[in-house]
Design a protein around this ligand. Structure first.
Ligand code: NAD
Ligand code: AHE
Ligand code: ZN
Length: 375
């Protein structure tokens, strides 16, 4: 099928907040430096819901959302050397070109090569989209658009993985699980014996807990306003629970009291700017580090007294857990195959592409971590 359009099913977000519609979409062949991937499984992440809600300043409509998936390369454009048809892959919203200033810096996983194009829903080559419906262009999303049976991605945005890995599981390595693990291992670099606080016990927060447990944290304090989150969190390594709703004093004060002056590391896994403040302020004076993982809506801003930083607390953030996507996603797949990291435990629901809107509803229910769609 190289060089030809493919017509397939995709969930199209025509407008913010309007139910997605399963449409027949034409997917153009990959151009130079592009890869067309048959998506077999995709999960939903809260960031898809965030963009769909209309609160993402980079959200463009109509678009095809989705960024946590796995599939098989169908065809490749000119000059693509690192993958070929038949390869099993995970699309990576965080690209890795290994050539740009950022990739070569050794200081960040934020590749600069295609980010400007992926932020405006187009491909870099001709600044056009590869999706259309009856000639009308449909925007890409995060350089991945995995809510389609076929998608086109930049070659720097696709990780080749072990073909024996179950795609219905490892699709989660496209976003949520690496984000939480990497926030602990790469961004915070939590040491053995540390006291860790996690705000928000969804998939991201639980992956932080898993990472902190593996790093040898002595106490892992989970904070959530939904009591139902607590039982499950124990299995991921959370040792203590706090529900802010059950206390009158500010949560930062309560945590300082519980930990003899504050935690060593805190992680905000919600996207709430007042919780981000609390997460910083519950850190121990002199060294406590707070990592922002949650994505807050357009227009939201954080605040704290500068004195909090003057007295040695550190405020950081992380995207995709600081992992270099093309290099490290395959290693995470191998870790899963060796049972060194969990994936199955995060999959609470399964649906099909046709049930996309129901899957989005599930995402907002407390019981759902990840819902995986069979395409
Ligand atoms: P989720 O909705 O499953 O989890 C959030 C949890 O926070 C829920 O359990 C909820 O009950 C809890 N919560 C809500 N308000 C709270 C409050 N005021 N205090 C305490 N707990 C509260 O979401 P998720 O899939 O785990 O994602 C978490 C966030 O991370 C989202 O904002 C998502 O967009 C973001 N994210 C960021 C990256 C990144 O690379 N930085 C990657 C993936 C996801
Ligand atoms: N367009 C959004 C940006 C949202 C955001 O911060 N995205 C995270 C990934 S969330 C995955 O679920 C990220 O990696 N950001 C770095 C980047 O380059 O986008 C907004 O709010 O503007
Ligand atoms: Zn995500």
């Amino acid at each position: 099928t190289q060089g030809q359009f493919i017509t397939c099913k995709a969930a199209v977000a025509w407008e913010a907040n309007k139910p997605l519609v399963i449409e027949d979409v034409q997917v153009a062949p990959p151009q130079a430096g592009e890869v067309r991937v048959k998506i077999l499984f995709t999960a939903l992440c809260h960031t898809d819901a965030y963009t769909w809600s209309g609160k993402d300043p980079e959200g463009l409509f109509p678009c095809i959302l989705g960024h946590e998936a796995a599939g098989i390369v169908e065809s490749v454009g000119e000059g693509v050397t690192e993958v070929q048809p038949g390869d099993h892959v995970i699309p990576c919203y965080q690209a890795e070109c290994r050539e740009c200033k950022s990739c070569k810096s050794g200081k960040t996983n934020l590749c600069g090569k295609v980010r400007a194009a992926t932020g405006v829903g187009i491909m870099m080559n001709d600044r056009k989209t590869r999706f259309s419906i009856k000639g009308k262009p449909i925007y890409h999303f995060m350089g991945t658009s995995t809510f389609s049976q076929y998608t086109v991605v930049h070659d720097v945005s696709v990780a080749k993985i072990d073909p024996t890995a179950p795609l219905e599981k490892v699709c989660l390595l496209g976003c949520g699980v690496p984000t939480g693990l990497g926030a602990v291992w790469n961004t915070a670099k939590v040491e053995a014996g540390s006291i860790v606080a996690i705000f928000g016990l969804g998939t991201i927060g639980l992956a932080v807990a898993e990472g902190a447990k593996a790093a040898g944290a002595s106490r892992i304090i989970g904070i959530d306003i939904d009591r139902k989150k607590f039982d499950r969190a124990k299995d991921f390594g959370v040792t203590e629970f706090v529900n802010p709703k059950e206390h009158d004093e500010p949560i930062q004060q309560l945590l300082m009291d519980l930990t003899d002056g504050g935690v060593d590391y805190s992680f905000e896994c919600i996207g709430n700017v007042s919780v981000m403040r609390a997460a910083l302020e519950c850190c121990h004076k002199g060294w406590g580090t707070s990592v922002i993982v949650g994505v807050a809506a357009s227009g939201q801003e954080m605040s704290t007294r500068p004195f909090q930083l003057v007295t040695g607390r550190v405020w950081k953030g992380t995207a995709f857990g600081g992992f270099k996507s093309r290099s490290q996603v395959p290693l995470l797949v191998d870790k899963y195959l060796k049972k060194e990291i969990k994936i199955d435990e995060y999959i609470t629901h399964k649906r099909t592409l046709a049930e996309m809107n129901e899957a989005f509803d599930l995402l907002h229910e407390g019981s759902c971590l990840r819902c995986v769609l069979d395409m």
